[in-house]
Design a protein around this ligand. Structure first.
Ligand SMILES: [Zn+2]
Length: 68
């Protein structure tokens, strides 16, 4: 009983895959994946997503505005 190969990680969260929910680790991840397909997120490049997030992150209010 030696495990020569390890199951591929869950494509959603990266946890070890569970046979019952393969190729995912849980039903939740399977649902998430399905939802992505429905919302078309799979077609959006990751770069785009990061750009959006970056914009939100770098956008902060100037604390100096209150000074005066
Ligand atoms: Zn998962």
């Amino acid at each position: 009983m030696t495990e020569a190969t390890t199951p591929p990680p869950c494509p959603v969260c990266g946890k070890p895959m569970v046979q019952a929910y393969r190729p995912f680790c849980s039903r939740r991840c399977a649902d998430i994946d399905l939802g992505r397909w429905f919302t078309g997120q799979y077609r959006v490049p990751a770069d785009n997503d990061f750009n959006d997030m970056d914009e939100n992150h770098t956008r902060r209010v100037d604390p100096d505005e209150e000074v005066g």
